[in-house]
Design a protein around this ligand. Structure first.
Ligand code: PEP
Ligand code: NA
Ligand code: MN
Length: 609
């Protein structure tokens, strides 16, 4: 790039924010794009960018009227998911990354990345996206600016966050701090070189500098690797901010439930992938008179309110959900939101009518599709039509059951926290924690059996603390200490009650011990009744479980004895579990908080082990 075109970049910077102008100039000089474009966030701009993406073949415009103003993208087959093994937390001290993260010296990493980014945007447009995570009228809005060379990222970020001029003007007015989030697909174009539909690089780096609160992402165009407001900022970097500032950035849904008397409760829930988080976030209760409203499906920022209560905010503007398994019969609320339009689908199948389809969307399987790889597909093909990690990206305000409180700048009081995993045995349908510390013990030992969707053996128990294993931006032991410290910062009487749930337990015949889906509202009702002091429970060595008749079974073909079977605490299973928990805790070494060591000792004693 010539001296004069560098100058053009500076002059073109439509901002009075000195740090932002300087950073954009620095990155433009490093990455050497053909042009720099500041994203304003308007509909007109989005129409123009998506039309360009259709032109270049990145997006297909859906012509089926069931999917208005919607598009499908098909990634490089090697760029379909988050790359945890290429994800780094580059704290100054290696100790601060802990055993759950990859680490590299930040100076070394920066210098390596600077080499990779040098000229990385040649032949492309560099987009500057000012964005805010959470409400713009929050007491302390959390700003970011993503620089990317992908227009697909711009269009997706517009669904997932509030972006553009409105945000930029406020960043300037407050001379505010913003998280600098740099992204490149890592595929520069030589003069005259033909672009591909999904540019990316075999070499991928998703790197976080926690002290600096910055993100560098290289080589991938896929969601969690490239939409940097989501996992990189709102979980990994935000978890570090939260540690330093006394709040919690968590991988949780938020659901509001109102009982027949009109009293409302907000429930936060942390579940690893493929454990029904989106279904729970958009739940249709099967119990008479109960109403559910959605507040969030993936991320929950919790701060301590004026009265010492925990208040949760969903910092996102859209849903970025796994498509397969989301269908008209099991999640009509999600399907209604998706089919209002304005959605971007990635790696789903195309119907002959110009719409999209994925496994589980409809009970009836289409006779012919174009699969996510572009091949003809019929039910006899013997393979899936949509990639198992294909996604829908849809504005959250299209969810009919969205609570009005979603828009509240200081969020909602959280009354209960659920930790849940997928376990065939051992873990009861629901267990109430004995205390806050015991609840943290449950969260820290949260486990799930690996499914066929993930690489590796199936049915292996993997520990996933608070469902945050890939997202804790610092030392996992310090993270648990931080959870522990919330008790003394909050009003203990107002702290949420904690429950461990397992919708997936099997009965003696190998079938599911619990019907799940909308009937999970019955378990939530029990939890709320516990908070109210109205529901009965049995004290077991692992916590409080429901008595057989304390769960409302009205209209279900189940008996109290079935409930008792679903919550039984088996001595032998727990002997095995205890050994597995001890092994897990040993990995934390010195970083394990004393309170959790004490919880483990207490459990051992109660189990008579
Ligand atoms: C993602 O991979 O972009 C993502 C949202 O992650 P997950 O659904 O696994 O939480
Ligand atoms: Na938006
Ligand atoms: Mn998630």
């Amino acid at each position: 790039m010539s001296e004069s075109s560098d100058q053009k970049v500076i002059d073109a910077a439509p901002t009075t924010h000195a740090k932002l102008a300087a950073w954009v100039q620095e990155i433009a000089e490093l990455t050497k794009p053909d042009r720099v474009y500041w994203v304003d966030g308007t509909q007109e701009e989005n129409d123009r960018l998506t039309a360009e993406l259709v032109e270049t073949g990145t997006l297909k415009r859906l012509t089926d009227p069931s999917f208005p103003n919607s598009f499908a993208a098909f990634s490089d087959p090697k760029d379909v998911a988050r790359v945890e093994e290429r994800t780094f937390i580059c704290s100054e001290d290696e100790k601060d990354a802990g055993f759950t993260n990859n680490w590299e010296n930040p100076v070394k990493m920066k210098s390596m990345l600077t080499g990779l980014f040098d000229g990385a945007m040649r032949g492309r447009t560099m987009y500057v996206i000012p964005f805010v995570m959470g409400p713009l009228d929050a007491e302390q809005p959390q700003y970011g600016v993503e620089i990317t060379d992908s227009a697909y990222v711009v269009a997706s970020m517009r669904i997932m966050a509030l972006i553009g001029d409105k945000v930029l003007r406020q960043i300037e007015a407050e001379d505010a701090f913003f998280v600098p989030a740099l992204h490149s697909v890592g595929a520069p174009l030589a003069p005259g070189q033909q672009d591909v539909a999904w540019p990316c690089n075999e070499d991928k780096w998703i790197v976080h500098f926690p002290e600096e609160r910055s993100i560098w992402s290289y080589g991938s165009g896929y969601g969690g690797n490239a939409l940097l407001g989501k996992k990189c900022y709102a979980l990994r970097i935000a978890s570090v901010m939260a540690r330093d500032e006394g709040w919690l950035a968590e991988h949780m849904l938020i659901l509001k439930l109102t009982n027949p008397e009109g009293k409302s409760y907000n429930i936060a829930g942390a579940f690893p992938s493929a454990c029904g988080k989106t279904n729970l976030a958009l739940l249709d209760p099967t119990i008479e008179g109960w109403k559910a409203e959605t507040l969030g499906d993936d991320i929950n920022w919790m701060r301590i309110g004026k009265d010492g209560e925990l208040r949760g905010v969903n910092p996102e503007y859209g849903l970025f959900g796994v498509a397969p398994g989301t269908g008209w019969s099991n999640n009509p609320n999600a399907m209604n939101a998706i089919t209002k339009g304005n959605s971007i689908f990635t790696n789903v199948a195309l119907t002959d009518e110009g719409g999209v389809w994925w496994e589980g969307m409809t009970d009836e399987v289409p006779a012919h599709l174009t699969d996510w790889l572009g091949n003809d597909w019929t039910p006899e093909s013997g393979r899936v039509a949509a990639h198992p990690n294909s996604r829908f990206c849809t504005p959250i305000d299209q969810v009919d059951m969205l609570s009005q409180e979603y828009y509240s700048p200081d969020g909602v009081e959280i009354h209960a926290i659920l930790f849940g995993g997928r376990r065939k045995t051992t873990i009861p349908l629901v267990t109430q924690a004995r205390s806050w510390a015991h609840g943290i013990f449950m969260g820290s030992t949260l486990s799930s059996e690996t499914t066929a969707a993930a690489a590796g053996a199936v049915g292996v128990v993997r520990r996933d603390p608070m469902a945050m294993l890939p997202f804790i931006g610092y030392n996992a032991g310090d993270y648990l200490k931080h959870w522990d410290s919330i008790e003394s910062k909050a009003n203990p009487a107002r702290l949420p009650k904690i429950f461990l749930v397992n919708w997936f337990r099997r009965d003696a015949d190998g079938g599911f011990a619990w019907p799940g889906f909308g009937d999970n509202s019955r378990v939530l009702k029990w939890a709320i009744d516990r908070i109210e002091g109205k529901a009965e429970a049995v004290e077991t060595p692992i916590g409080f479980v429901p008595t057989g008749d304390s769960i409302d079974l009205t209209g279900l073909d189940m008996t109290p004895a079935d409930v008792e079977a679903a919550v039984v605490v088996d001595k032998d299973e727990w002997a095995t579990e205890l050994a597995s928990i001890q092994e897990w805790y040993a990995k934390f070494g010195e970083a394990l908080p004393a309170s959790l060591r004490a919880e483990l000792e207490g459990l051992k004693e109660r189990l008579g082990a």
